[in-house]
Unconditional design. Structure first.
Length: 248
């Protein structure tokens, strides 16, 4: 059994106590569970999921000597994740539609979006034979499940703030064997990791939103509503009234 180096090195960001505890527990699952185990880790927004899994990647590479794949559902998140991994000293490659893969042997960590990765896998252009860990960011989006079949010998770690499937017909328990619940929002607020929220509401009129087959509002109706001139004008006014000049 591989042993986890429990020392916190001066690489990347300093982890908080609860983040270190989560890290230790997840590594315990790595050691005790089968290699194809699917674990879902839940932590509220602002709790530092990207920081935690970036440190997980760094230590996993050191401990288990196998490659890691991180999946995101938006190109912006791919870039942010890649940047955070770099801060933790993890040399990584973003697999997008224009990425050349002739240098893939030089990398031990890859960051990719689902459809792009699926195309590369179907074309057999990416060697995944040595990937031991797959991390799924925003795991409640069910678009990820279509490529799980390619990683039947990898430990899959899903991370999300909301462990409820985006598709009511595809519940999370069908793809993950276990849910590891992190700190609550109230705990993070009480211990000054999160600020108490100040809530402001505005009447924007949501009657034009349409519900799709998956029980959520359709992308088109949401885009039509939230990108029209009147809505954007209200957004700017609300920002100037309540948030301008304040720390996010």
């Amino acid at each position: 059994m591989a042993e986890l180096d429990t020392s916190i090195k001066k690489v990347g960001k300093e982890l908080y106590g609860y983040q270190k505890d989560a890290l230790q527990e997840i590594f315990r699952r790595f050691e005790d569970a089968p290699q194809d185990y699917h674990l879902l880790y839940q932590l509220p927004t602002g709790g530092g999921k990207t920081v935690i899994f970036s440190e997980i990647v760094r230590r996993y590479l050191e401990t288990f000597k196998k490659k890691v794949l991180v999946l995101t559902h938006r190109i912006e998140l791919s870039k942010q994740t890649s940047k955070m991994l770099n801060e933790f000293g993890v040399k990584n490659k973003i697999i997008n539609s224009t990425a050349k893969l002739d240098d893939q042997d030089e990398y031990s960590c890859f960051v990719a979006m689902v459809e792009t990765l699926k195309n590369r896998l179907n074309d057999e252009k990416l060697d995944i034979s040595d990937i031991g860990l797959v991390i799924v960011d925003e795991a409640h989006y069910n678009s990820f499940t279509k490529i799980f079949k390619f990683f039947d010998k990898s430990f899959i770690l899903g991370v999300t703030a909301t462990p409820l499937s985006s598709n009511v017909k595809l519940p999370m328990y069908e793809n993950y064997q276990e849910l590891f619940v992190g700190e609550t929002i109230q705990h993070l607020i009480d211990n000054h990791y999160l600020s108490t929220a100040n809530l402001y509401s505005y009447n924007v009129g949501l009657t034009s939103l349409e519900v799709g087959a998956n029980g959520d509002y359709t992308v088109k109706s949401s885009e039509d509503l939230y990108t029209n001139t009147d809505m954007l004008s209200k957004l700017v006014s609300a920002y100037e009234e309540t948030a301008k000049g304040k720390k996010r």
